[in-house]
Design a protein around this ligand. Structure first.
Ligand code: GDP
Ligand code: CA
Length: 322
């Protein structure tokens, strides 16, 4: 029996929203999935290099994720962190006992001079993850936020300050001098479909595209390009996208997402509840088919992934979900 040719799909993804889309796509057996993740939330804690978005992808696809939180490992302990606290370390960044093992391994390999991309690939393989998880760059790129209480690193803003400060500007520090990985450029060039996950446009997707060569590779790719909005009924499911986008003077809804991706994608899948925005999104040259884009469980993820594939491959998006 000859093997059916699989469709090559490349997903641009952040953490929680990205991982949900990744799980849906990974559940389809007729696609060959490659994911380009975000490294701009990476930071050092207790001298260990932590890569939250890449780990969320890895843990989700490995089935180890804590489903109630959407991040971190299920069945975690906090004994290591308790020891650090007793020793006087700042422990506002939660790192579980099992999670610590991965950070120790990553830091050890980086210390040995190994490529971060190779480390991520080895970790994914060891955890039994099928799809390829690629880094957009092996260089350090970190989002910093200018806020009303001063300049903050991403985790300082997100975890320690709980997204309370107003944000006036974002900087992807290191991005302009970073080199894209050959694997990520190739994944964009060879893809038949490129999917932009329902991730935070300014904190997860923009730092990937800020790496020189990545936006150009996305534009140059002959793939069908389709995004899924992280906004439903004008609100985010989770996280600071609405707050940060509004604070930056951007529209915090699916039209605002379309404005961010104008010239980069052909289709933006929006929720049925946001149909009123279709005309304005289509005026940007982006088709805007709608369906239920909330992913509550494995079924939802697979259903949405199938719908995204169908719309990406169909010349027109007429008719909506069947
Ligand atoms: P982070 O790095 O963990 O913040 O995750 P991402 O940037 O990948 O995704 C964050 C976005 O995911 C948020 O803006 C949410 O609105 C969005 N999101 C989470 N769950 C869902 C869902 O089920 N459906 C859709 N459409 N978006 C979701
Ligand atoms: Ca993130």
């Amino acid at each position: 029996m000859s093997e059916v040719q699989k469709t090559r799909v490349t997903l641009l993804a952040g953490g929680v929203g990205g991982a949900k889309m990744a799980e849906g796509l990974a559940a389809l057996d007729d696609i060959d999935l490659t994911i380009i993740g975000n490294v701009a939330d990476d930071d050092a804690f207790h001298d260990l290099w932590v890569s939250p978005d890449i780990d969320t992808l890895t843990y989700s696809l490995a089935g180890l994720i804590d489903r109630s939180k959407g991040w971190g490992v299920a069945d975690e302990g906090n004994r290591a962190l308790d020891v650090l606290k007793t020793l006087g370390e700042d422990t506002w960044m939660f790192l579980g006992d099992r999670d610590f093992g991965l950070h120790i391994y990553r830091t050890m390999r980086r210390g040995q001079g190994d490529r971060p991309s190779d480390i991520a690939a080895d970790v994914a393989r060891a955890f039994g993850v099928g799809p390829k998880i690629l880094l957009p760059t092996d260089d350090i790129v970190q989002t910093r936020l200018e806020t009303d209480i001063g300049e903050l690193g991403f985790q300082d803003y997100f975890v320690r300050e709980q997204c309370k400060p107003d944000v006036s500007a974002l900087h992807y520090v290191g991005a302009s001098k970073a080199t894209p990985t050959d694997e990520a450029l190739e994944a964009l060039a060879l893809a038949e479909i490129i999917v932009v996950a329902p991730s935070n446009p300014v904190l997860s997707i923009a730092p990937i595209l800020a790496i020189p060569g990545m936006t150009e590779a996305l534009k140059a790719s002959s793939a069908h390009k389709i995004g899924v909005s992280p906004f439903i009924a004008g609100k985010v499911v989770k996280g600071p996208a609405a707050k940060v986008m509004a604070s930056l003077g951007l529209r915090a809804d699916s039209l605002g997402v379309a404005e961010q991706y104008q010239g980069l994608i052909d289709i933006l899948v929006i929720d049925d509840q946001d149909k009123a925005l279709v005309g304005d999104i289509e005026a940007l040259g982006i088709k805007a088919p709608s369906c239920d884009i909330l992913m509550k469980d494995a079924e939802d993820k697979k259903r949405l992934a199938r719908q995204v594939m169908d719309w990406a491959l169909s010349a027109s998006c007429e008719g909506g979900a069947e």
